[in-house]
Design a protein around this ligand. Sequence first.
Ligand code: NDP
Length: 483
Amino acid sequence: ATANIGVIGLAAMGSNLARNLAHHGNTVAVYNRHYSRTEDLMRDHGMEGQFVPAHTIEEFVASLKKPRTAIILVKAGAPTDAVIDELEAAMEPGDIIVDGGNSYFKDTIRREKEVRAKGFHFVGCGVSGGEEGALNGPSLMPGGTDESWKTLGPILKSIAAKAEDDGAPCVTHIGENGAGHFVKMVHNGIEYADMQVISEAYDLMRRGLGMTPDEIGDQFEEWNKTELNSYLIEITADILHEKDKKTGKPLVDVIVDQAGMKGTGTWTVQTALSLGTSVTAIAEGVFARAISSQTGLRQEAAKQGLAGPDGRIDIPEDAKKAFIEDIRQALYASKIVAYAQGFNEISDGAKEYDWNIDLAAVARIWRGGCIIRAQFLNKVSDAFESGEAEVSMLFASYFEKAMEKAQGSWRRVVAKAAEVGVPAPVFSSSLSYYDALRSRRLPAALIQGQRDFFGAHTYGRVDEPGAFHTLWAQEGREEIKES
Ligand code: NDP
């Protein structure tokens, strides 16, 4: 046995991660169900480092030094279970099985329990950054036991992205069992919201202000020099400047306007619903993709020609610049809300599933390697580090000030979008969330009245503890105290 780590599943992610491992001095055992992928890897990249190709899983396991560590990168779901079964049959107790796929965190909780019962270690590890990240440095979110982290930690640190500011590796031991995949899931949910706020800003400049993709691309380039500096803003500028080879038109104009999704955003929202956490910005990000892909509904709507304004924002040329700055501020404020909601979900998930998650460390490992990497995450980690963000990121002084500064702009943009008929679901729902937090009293009091009226669900009183029910059907409508 010569390999200190192994990778199973050599499609885009697995082969790139195996190469990354080899580039960092590891001897990497590699195995794929169909040997052709292993052959491709060896032929195209075998010279880049030390690889030990295997034809069978037994051969793969035999080539690993103890404690054997194998990272699985196959399709999430049943294929992952199948590979775990095969590994268990070939490995010995004490060995470490790592699932680097996009597994649902509840599957990871289940698998960890089952695998641990057989004497193995199981680590569900979120991997972010796509294929490029897997090769050059991903952001890694491993769960599992402290013991497995001791073996795995140094290897993961060597291949993870390094944060630009301080060179720290973008990996931390997130928590037990499914904690890593949970945090990866929320990362993806936040990514949906982040992409949507950028798209809303684009739409307001495009349809609203009548700017060209090139002009908007220039704008995003400028914005990338501000507190919005991030990978997503950077690639947005590139995409908007791209011309279609076939027609010469801006590429964005020939791309079909139906956004796809693979399910992690949906999981984030479903999980938030069951935890009772409000993640409106993330949910609107997911629903915005859903409506874009409801083609039947959209075609019918186009036929019907629903009434409403045409989306054009009629403002004098000299006021345009100020409104573009308003849009930038609205984007920033909505983004802050989306992140605050995402971190609330992580903290509620940690309570529910008994994980001890360091939110500052989560923000730190998202600074590099992953899709939402941004300057901004330094501020987020500072806010959690200082304890100011314990209840919500929005209460940390840096973000409080940012929201105070942004909110005039934010309100103008949401109002204008509504007035001219450009949908801005994350801009507007984030503002509603912010205003709900600011409200000393919410109309939920009326809802409690309604619930008690039709369902005798009882209500609390502001001036006395206990549950009360009004006998609505009775004349005189007596109030009774139920407890
Ligand atoms: P795919 O998700 O396309 O999966 C293909 C791999 O799975 C192949 O190696 C295939 O083997 C293997 N496989 C499928 N079914 C089985 C099975 N029943 N038994 C054994 N092997 C099986 O590959 P990706 O590289 O795109 O992704 C790998 C994992 O990483 C997935 O869980 C994905 O969600 C996750 N991920 C992907 C990211 C991305 O940007 N693509 C980013 C982060 C995570 P064979 O060649 O023999 O068919």
